[in-house]
Design a protein around this ligand. Structure first.
Ligand SMILES: [Zn+2]
Length: 400
C-alpha cells in the first residue's frame, strides 16, 4: 500500500478502465475508459462520451469493501463515473489541484483506517481459531500436570499384573543381564527421572513393544529376534519411554473425559478428573495413540538416544523393518475377509511411512555425527540367549 500522500504520480496520458452511470447509456450504465486532462474527466465508451468538469469534481470511495472510486460533479447529478483503478488518485491532475489533493488525502486516510481495522479483525479471528485448535491440547496437557505421577505408577502396576497373568513372561537371568546392557545406557540419557522404568520380555512372535503409564515396558521376543543390532532395540525403547514421559495415555483419556473436567483440573480441582481416571483403568490398555503423540514420541525418543550418545540410525532402520513386515503381513492376508484385519494393522501403526520419512530427514540433517555411547552388547549372542529361553512350539529344545 503506497504511503499517505505519496507523490509518485501516474503518467498524464494513462487511461483508467472504469464505468459510468448515465441515463444516455443503454440500461443506464456502461463500461469504458476514463482519461483526465487539465480541463475535465472524460469517460469514453462505445455509446459515446461523458465529461465532468475538473473544477468542483467530487472524489469518493464506495462499492463493496470500498473497492471503487466514484467521480461526480454537483452540476451533473445524473452522472457518476467510477473505477477500481486506484492509481487514478495519483494522476498529476489530481495531485496538482489543492482541492482534489485534499479529497485524495481523505480517501487515503479512510483506506488506511479501513485496512487497519480489517487487519486487526482478521488477526483476532485467526488467533481465535488457532486458540480453539491449540487450547484443547494445551488444556489437556495442563490438566495432566494436575494428576500426580504416583497415580500413573500405581495404576500401571495394577494393570501390568493383570495383563501378565495370561502371558508367557521370559524369566531368564541371562536375558535380563544382557537387556540391561541396552537399557542402562539409554536410561542414562533420560533427564525425566519421575518414572521407575522396568523392562520385561514376553514370549510372543509378533513384532511389538509397548509401555504402560508409570514405567513398565514390555518387549515381545519376536521383536528382539527380528532386530540386527542393539541400537535398533534402543530406538524402539526410546520411543516407548517417550510415550511414558509424555504421559500420552493419561492425556488420551483426559482428552476424552471432556473439557469440563480438564478445565476444573487446570483451575485447581482435579478431584473430578481423578475419579474418572480411577474408574477407567482400562485406558491404560489403550495403546492406540494419535499421530501427534506418535510423532512426539519419535522426536522425544530421538533426543533421548542422542543425549545418551547412542546412534539414532537404529531407530530408523527398525521402523523400516516394521514397515516391511507390515507390508508382508498385508500381502499374506486372505482375500475378502482380510480387509477388516488389514485396516486394523494400518490403524495400530498410524502413518508409518510419514514417520519414517521424518526420521530419515533427521538422520540426514545429523550427518555423520559419531555415536559416543557405549553399547558393548554382542547382539547375536543376546538373540541366542533369548531363543534358548523360549518355551513355545518354535522354541529350540532345552539344552541338556
Ligand atoms: Zn508409539
Amino acid at each position: 500500500m503506497p504511503a499517505l500522500n505519496s507523490a509518485a504520480s501516474t503518467p498524464p496520458d494513462r487511461p483508467f478502465e472504469g464505468g459510468a452511470f448515465h441515463p444516455a447509456l443503454s440500461g443506464g450504465a456502461g463500461s469504458g475508459v476514463i482519461r483526465l486532462s487539465g480541463a475535465d474527466v472524460r469517460f469514453t465508451s462505445e455509446a459515446g462520451e461523458i465529461g465532468l468538469p475538473l473544477a468542483g469534481l467530487q472524489l469518493a470511495l464506495g462499492g463493496a469493501s470500498d473497492r471503487l472510486i466514484f467521480l461526480t460533479h454537483p452540476s451533473l447529478p445524473q452522472t457518476t463515473v467510477h473505477t477500481a483503478d486506484h492509481a487514478i488518485l495519483d494522476h498529476p491532475v489530481i495531485l496538482g489541484s489543492a482541492e482534489l489533493a485534499a479529497q485524495r488525502a481523505k480517501i487515503r486516510t479512510k483506506q488506511h483506517v479501513g485496512s487497519a481495522v480489517w487487519f486487526s479483525l482478521a488477526g483476532a479471528l485467526v488467533l481465535a481459531v488457532v486458540a480453539l485448535v491449540l487450547s484443547r491440547a494445551w488444556f489437556v496437557k495442563m490438566a495432566a500436570a494436575a494428576v500426580p505421577v504416583s497415580f500413573e505408577i500405581s495404576a500401571g502396576d495394577k494393570v501390568f499384573a493383570q495383563m501378565m497373568a495370561g502371558k508367557k513372561v521370559v524369566k531368564n537371568a541371562g536375558v535380563d543381564a544382557q537387556l540391561k546392557q541396552i537399557t542402562d545406557p539409554l536410561l542414562a540419557g533420560i533427564s525425566d527421572t519421575r518414572y521407575p522404568f522396568t523392562f520385561h520380555v514376553i514370549e510372543d512372535a509378533t513384532l511389538n513393544a509397548f509401555a504402560l503409564p508409570g514405567g513398565h515396558v514390555v518387549l515381545h521376543s519376536g521383536l528382539l529376534l527380528a532386530a540386527d543390532r542393539a541400537e535398533e532395540i534402543a530406538g524402539v525403547l526410546a520411543h516407548e519411554i517417550a510415550h511414558v514421559t509424555g504421559r500420552h495415555s493419561l492425556r488420551n483419556i483426559i482428552g476424552s473425559a471432556g473439557l469440563y473436567l480438564a478445565l476444573s483440573a487446570v483451575a485447581g480441582d482435579a478431584s473430578g478428573l481423578l475419579a474418572v481416571l480411577a474408574d477407567n483403568s482400562a485406558f491404560l490398555l489403550d495403546r492406540k495413540f494419535t499421530r501427534d503423540f506418535e510423532r512426539e514420541a519419535d522426536h522425544v525418543g530421538w533426543d533421548y538416544l542422542v543425549r545418551a550418545g547412542l546412534d539414532p540410525a537404529g531407530m530408523v532402520s527398525f521402523f523400516e523393518r516394521m514397515e516391511r513386515e507390515e507390508k508382508q503381513a498385508l500381502e499374506k492376508l486372505p482375500l475378502g475377509g482380510g480387509v477388516a484385519q488389514a485396516l486394523q494393522i494400518v490403524s495400530t501403526h498410524p502413518a508409518t511411512r510419514e514417520r519414517i520419512a521424518l526420521l530419515e530427514a533427521k538422520l540426514r540433517a545429523r550427518g555423520s555425527a559419531p555415536a559416543t555411547g557405549k553399547m558393548s552388547l554382542n547382539y547375536s549372542a543376546f538373540k541366542a540367549t533369548v531363543r534358548a529361553s523360549l518355551h513355545g512350539a518354535d522354541a529350540p529344545p532345552p539344552q541338556p
